[in-house]
Design a protein around this ligand. Sequence first.
Ligand code: ATP
Length: 247
Amino acid sequence: MMQKQTEEIIKVDSVSKKYDEKYALKNVSVSVNRGDTVALIGPNGAGKTTFIESILNLKVPEEGSIHVFGIDVLANKKKHLPRVGAHLQEVRLFPKVSPRDFLEFFMQLYDKTADLDEIVSSLELTDFMDKNIGQLSGGMRQRVSLALAMINDPDLVLLDEPTVGLDPIARQDFWRLIQRLQEKGKTILFTTHYMEEATTLASKVIMVHQGEVVFDGPPSIVISKAKEIEGTLDQAYTHYVNAANGQ
Ligand code: ATP
């Protein structure tokens, strides 16, 4: 019987990106297959946002190559973007329109769109759809931004700190949203500072530290490491960072 080929959705090869003389990404090589859920984890300033921005072609690395859906992102720039959804940090939404008008406006720009009602109900946004975005709480605006990342029914979803500032109930809604995307076979990459979130939701954990990948593997290895050192998941993370520093 023929084995189904795993499809590489993201292939980042030897990518380096500097700001002035400082590396934000240093010789990073990462591979993400169709259906993977990747948690990108690392301290503030580790390079996580720069990584996501590079995949979106918002930042251009000086060295290396990036392929998304087999498309050379550095050569073809934005060709992969119709099939990508992104939630970025500190995105300003239009404050004077309602989430409904805002999301419907962006839906018109895509050939392929998702079921808005389904997205809105999974994010518990239904009751807020007709208020002004400017009147919503930070957590509610965050959900509107997450909804925006889904409206083109993307094959690849990139989420930069999707749960920052969310209350525990909203975080559970987000977890359910991820599970729903997983059931649909979507490929997801999200950044988080919560190790528990990374090990629970992800099929693959990538840890970065000072622009370098210090761990890339399944969450089971991180969980085993925590047990081995008789520590928490956070301590397992610290272990990998220290090992990378030669400590
Ligand atoms: P956080 O968890 O705080 O969001 P991060 O892992 O996303 O951090 P990045 O935002 O990618 O980290 O930043 C990586 C490094 O690059 C940091 O040292 C940061 O100060 C630096 N950096 C990011 N953007 C710029 C810029 N536009 N100009 C100069 N330096 C930058």
